[in-house]
Design a protein around this ligand. Structure first.
Ligand code: SF4
Length: 496
């Protein structure tokens, strides 16, 4: 009988929500989009997909799992051949015009994890076939869906993204009408999207700029958009600028052009948690390199909560950047004393407490020699449920640490996110209705400090983006836009 190791239900307690890419004017757009999706794998591991057009119809390949599992070599060759048909058709007119591809990595925050919800989604509007990929979360999708169903529109997925396609299809029949702009003016919430048409790609960002969306230029002169600049680096593209909140950019045979579907909100709502946890440390988002911000968050922690200790240790891998900053600012030595086992897979079983503890011990080994008889500062990026954090702290103490001081590089997470981040149910968040002292007692450490909101914003802010332009709703409960009471109730109760 095979031995089955008990494992955690999730390796992380906050789940990334999607990455998007779009590229136009390349001979092998599917292959390039596939490579860039690899670079955005951290934004979603549930499903992945690619679409190309031959100038008439859209071909699509989607699948469940990681990019490498969801999309095969054969898919890529088929999609690139499909795109090449457009160039061949143009070559008949004496000019070769390469086409484009869009791609998506998904983690569901609205709509279940299912192949039917894998993106890009394909639809049809008066301008022809269209494919759309979305990073974010719409807060009025349920209401829009009901209205569209009332008008006879049939939905084939449970994803909020399909609402945008349906609104494009329902847009005015007037030939002059801008169907995408008309659709985006009716949705509310977070969206960074890429849209593939027969002859172009459009990319747009909500007026608050919740999620990042960068424009790059390839050495060939083609343009490229992606959720994060780390995807540009993979293709050797140079960063041009971000898609502005409220802007639609078009990538076509004529290069790059821009128009607005809305004015940018005077007060933006960039997700500060992208800097704390989601985005790749190698990316440039909201005006700063993520790695630099994380190191400075750690330094700010050292300033806010110094402690007499012998060494600073990161919680791998999430706390490494902030721990580096804490160690540098405090002058304490930096040591790696918690070693992750990278070969333990993930399952979705719900283990018992004992099994969970065993699973953490399998996933993380403590180097006793580093911690024995030492006063240890451990730095992590966030605490969500706190259950695994407690087990890890107990492990460090059991390995002989004299004192354990936990430092977290963001404030306590107490409220749900409606803009594309799937935290645990609020009733399961350790910080909901609990003081820091109470959390310290539960986790069982000698001291605990969460970075203050002001401290976090002072680091996230830069010359280009003031602190007031960041969303902090999951920490403060201050939502930048009104949240439908039904949606709020759903988040607070965890129903359905
Ligand atoms: S609520 Fe939190 S996670 Fe959600 S967008 Fe705002 S800062 Fe980001």
């Amino acid at each position: 009988m095979p031995l089955t190791l008990p494992q955690l239900d999730e390796p992380r307690e906050a789940k990334e929500k999607c990455g998007v890419v779009g590229i136009w004017g390349e001979e092998h757009p599917a292959r390039l989009a596939f490579l860039s999706l690899y670079a955005l794998q951290h934004r979603g591991q549930e499903s992945a997909g690619l679409c190309t057009t031959d100038g008439r119809i859209i071909d699509r390949a989607v699948g469940m799992g990681l990019v490498s599992q969801a999309i095969t070599q054969r898919d890529i060759e088929r999609l690139d051949a499909h795109a090449a048909a457009r160039a061949t058709a143009h070559a008949g007119k004496g000019v070769r015009k390469w086409g484009g591809a869009i791609g998506h990595n998904r983690y569901s925050t609205m709509g279940p994890s299912a192949a039917a919800n894998a993106q890009p989604l394909v639809g049809h509007y008066r301008g022809g076939p269209v494919a759309l990929a979305h990073n974010g979360n719409l807060v009025n999708a349920v209401q829009q869906r009901k209205e569209l169903e009332g008008k006879g529109h049939a939905f084939s997925t449970t994803s909020d993204t399909e609402v945008m396609l349906a609104l494009m299809a329902a847009a005015s029949r007037d030939k002059e009408c801008d169907a995408l702009a008309e659709a985006l003016q009716q949705v509310s919430g977070a969206f960074s999207i890429v849209v593939l048409h027969q002859d172009r790609i459009e990319a747009a960002r909500d007026p608050f700029g919740w999620r990042p969306l960068a424009i790059g230029k390839l050495p060939s002169g083609s343009y490229f958009v992606a959720s994060e600049t780390v995807a540009l680096d993979v293709l050797g593209a140079t960063y041009v600028r971000d898609v502005e909140p409220g802007e639609i950019v078009t990538l076509s045979d004529d290069g790059l052009s821009s128009r607005r579907f809305a004015e940018a909100s005077p007060r933006r709502a960039h997700c500060v948690f992208e800097h704390v946890y989601f985005a790749s440390p190698a990316s440039l988002i909201f005006g700063q390199t993520v790695q630099t911000v994380r190191e400075r968050l750690g330094a700010k922690l050292a300033e806010e909560a110094p402690v007499e200790a012998d060494l600073v240790m990161p919680m791998p891998d999430s706390g490494r950047s902030a721990a580096t900053g804490y160690a540098r600012a405090s002058g304490l030595p930096y040591r790696e004393g918690i070693i992750p086992n990278r070969y333990v897979g993930r399952t979705f079983i719900k283990p018992t407490d004992a099994e969970r503890a065993a699973a953490v011990r399998v996933k993380l080994n403590i180097v006793s020699e580093v911690v024995r008889d030492k006063r240890v500062v451990i730095v992590d990026d966030s605490v969500v449920r706190g259950t695994t954090t407690k087990i890890k702290m107990d492990q460090v103490r059991a390995a002989g640490a004299k004192e354990v001081h936990l430092r977290i590089s963001c404030p306590p997470i107490r409220y749900p996110c409606f803009f594309g981040v799937d935290f645990a149910d609020p009733s399961e968040l350790i910080a909901t209705n609990r003081s820091v002292e109470k959390i310290r007692e539960i986790i069982g450490v000698d001291s605990l400090h969460f970075l203050s909101i002001d401290g976090m914003l002072s680091v996230a802010a830069c010359a280009d983006v003031a602190g007031e332009h960041f969303c902090t709703a999951c920490y403060s409960g201050e939502y930048r836009i009104a949240i439908d009471p039904a949606l709020r109730k759903h988040a607070m109760t965890g129903n359905c």
